[in-house]
Ligand binder design. Structure first.
Ligand SMILES: Nc1ncnc2c1ncn2[C@@H]1O[C@H](COP(=O)(O)OP(=O)(O)OP(=O)(O)O)[C@@H](O)[C@H]1O
Length: 210
């Protein structure tokens, strides 16, 4: 008896992004399944952020094919299933971490049993829930952004340099988040110039070139 392989969450074939008709990256081929983490690897300027922004729906596919759960990829169809954490953290700085999370939860819903207060405690921001984000340190801002990963029900995380600005405990926090995402059947694409070591199996690698 042959087992039926589920569709990958994400499938790229000959994927590239063009700027002024010149490819920024690609062609790229990869599959990402539920329960997988993939490291996006490449030198400065090789297009890692561009790839993540494209998958977040912020840029258009240049050439090639992108499929989501086996169907042609459409931004609107997976808007609440994909969560992008970029260099810009996507926080309103005049609002508090709690208010930022409430707005995000209003748009996308929450994971069962999670509240803004519970996830802020998990990321080490207890006591800072109601402070305007602009008054937080760089690492605290990053933690406030990471709290979204815990709160929202996204199945695919796009994490651009998630370890940047974090202390040792913050780095361990990101690794725990990735382990939890894998255990829950989610997936993540991660760029990092540092070592990534989480206990969820050997990550897949996507090379931007070479
Ligand atoms: N808004 C933009 N307008 C024009 N060119 C851009 C823009 N953003 C990025 N680029 C160019 O696209 C290429 C890929 O940039 P990208 O930021 O995706 O690389 P990266 O692999 O993430 O780099 P790094 O490791 O330095 O973060 C670079 O050559 C960069 O100069």
């Amino acid at each position: 008896m042959t087992s039926v392989q589920p569709n990958p969450l994400l499938q790229a074939r000959g994927l590239s992004f063009l700027r002024a008709d010149e490819p920024v990256f690609g062609p790229l081929d990869f599959d990402l399944h539920a329960g997988e983490v993939a490291l996006v690897e490449g030198d400065n300027g090789s297009g890692k952020t561009t790839l993540l922004r494209l998958l977040a729906g912020l840029l258009h596919v240049g050439e090639g094919e992108l499929r989501w759960r086996g169907a042609p990829w459409q931004r609107d169809a997976c808007a609440s299933e994909v969560l992008f954490l970029g260099h810009q953290l996507g926080l309103k700085t005049d609002m508090s971490p709690r208010e930022n999370l409430r707005v995000a939860a209003g748009l996308h819903g929450t994971r069962e049993g999670r509240t803004p207060a519970s996830v802020l405690a998990e990321v080490g921001l207890a006591g800072y829930e109601d402070e305007p984000v602009r008054r937080l340190s760089a690492g605290q801002k990053k933690r406030a952004a990471l709290a979204r990963l815990l709160l929202l029900p996204a199945v695919l995380w796009l994490l651009d340099e998630p370890y940047a600005n974090l202390d040792r405990a913050g780095i361990a926090l990101v690794n725990r988040l990735l382990e939890g995402q894998v255990a829950a059947g989610g997936a993540a694409l991660v760029t990092s110039h540092g070592a990534v070591s989480f206990h969820g199996g050997e990550p897949k690698r996507i090379r931007m070139h070479g």
